[in-house]
Design a binder for this molecule. Structure first.
Ligand code: SF4
Ligand code: SF4
Length: 389
């Protein structure tokens, strides 16, 4: 197959992070020390080579981009200070921006001020949307609505959610299509027979259950390379707490909505604090706030190699996660006080607006790895079977 070389690839990649792979002289040290290398003896050097020679399609179709946990061991031992770990992080940012056709991800990464302005504007749209749908029922309204009809705000809010959701799905489909083509995996390989289906289910379990939720390799491989830290500040643990907390809160929100739909409680009213759904929300919120607070502290203190360099987009994501978790707890406090305070309503609007924004902006930020990584791991888990078959 003909290879197209893009000479702008390396300068473009440099805009997504600070590294110097031009200094790389292919010694292979990074491959030797990388805990994720396994049988693929050329990782991460092969990806660096793609960047050096401008093989953009091959780089964007590399599942290895998403298996790197940025432990930083390769950067630590590179004889040319080429920062291969930072290169892998920058390549992932570039990939997220390239899969996204709306160019919103690119803006979030390369124009942080404009990206922040868009994020704030979206939060305001979502807050107004929530106000229209769940505003005070006594006729009191913000002066704003004298100028902007409530129906407009509702329509704009729904349109924004649909567009952003579809754009996220399109990015995921683009990534999956590139990987499938590069790996030679088609629908027949995945669903063509009973045996193929069995392999696919096993690969799905390995990608989502064992690796993504269980964090098996992160825990096993990367913790060996961490600088000595107290156990509650270990990278894999903080990453796991943040992810489990986020997923738990997402699950609790869906379950709470389900109770409304089933008529078990009146819409918008809280369940008793000992209900499983509330307990799940509280425990998940505590995990999220602790995990994110420690991740912020690690970045501020540059506690390990992987956080010595931070991009504005890293801070935006951490800030949104932290605000979602903390405002959730303030809201819980307001709900269970003997008399519901007036400010609780505004905390509710703030919390829902930030949480909606976080979920809907996920495909355009670093959080997109929550979507892309399991897809890459699925292809990894599928590969030995397809090779054998
Ligand atoms: S260790 Fe450094 S110089 Fe050697 S191949 Fe890796 S990036 Fe290149
Ligand atoms: S940062 Fe760690 S996991 Fe990523 S390529 Fe380097 S050594 Fe491998």
């Amino acid at each position: 197959m003909a290879v197209t070389v893009d000479p702008t690839l390396l300068p473009e990649l440099r805009r997504y992070g600070a590294f110097d792979v031009a200094a790389c002289f292919n010694c292979g040290n990074c491959t030797a020390v990388c805990p994720m290398t396994d049988d693929d003896a050329t990782f991460p050097r092969r990806i660096i080579r793609y960047a050096q020679v401008g093989m953009k399609s091959e780089l964007l179709a590399s599942k290895e981009l998403w298996t790197c946990y940025y432990c930083g061991e390769c950067s630590e031992t590179c004889p040319r200070q080429a920062e291969p770990g930072e290169f892998m992080a920058a390549a992932r940012r570039f990939a997220i921006a390239s899969y996204d056709r709306t160019r919103l991800a690119r803006t979030m990464y390369l124009q942080p001020l404009l990206g922040t302005a868009i994020a704030v504007m979206l939060a305001i749209v979502f807050a107004m949307f929530m106000y229209v749908d769940h505003g005070p029922q006594d006729g009191a309204t913000l002066a704003l609505f004298q100028f902007i009809p409530a129906e407009w705000i509702h329509t704009i809010g729904v349109a924004v959610m649909i567009v952003v959701g579809l754009a996220g799905l399109a990015g995921l489909a683009t990534m999956a299509r590139r990987l499938a083509r590069s790996e030679g995996v088609g629908w027949g390989t995945v669903l063509g027979s009973r045996a193929a289906l069995k392999r696919s289910v096993a690969a799905l379990w390995s990608a989502i259950g064992v690796e993504s939720i269980g964090q098996t390799r992160y825990r096993r491989d990367c913790q060996t390379y961490q600088e000595p830290v107290v156990w509650y500040r270990r990278r894999w643990l903080l990453h796991a707490l943040t992810m489990w907390g986020f997923l738990g809160l997402f699950g609790a929100t869906i379950a709470d909505y389900g109770l409304d739909l089933l008529g078990i409680k009146a819409t918008g009213t809280p369940v008793p604090i000992w209900y499983p759904v509330r307990l799940l929300g509280t425990v998940s919120g505590a995990m999220l706030v602790f995990g994110v607070s420690m991740l912020i502290l690690n970045r501020l203190q540059k506690a390990n190699r992987s956080v010595r360099k931070s991009q504005p987009a890293d801070w935006t994501l951490l800030a949104l996660l932290w605000l979602t978790g903390v405002s959730g707890f303030v809201l819980e406090l307001a709900l269970y006080l003997p008399q519901a305070p007036g400010w609780g309503y505004w905390v509710f609007l703030f919390h829902v607006a930030v949480a909606m924004e976080l979920v809907l902006l996920a495909p355009f930020m670093k959080l997109a790895h929550v979507l892309y990584r399991p897809v890459a791991l699925f292809f990894f888990a599928l590969r030995p079977a397809t090779d054998a078959g």
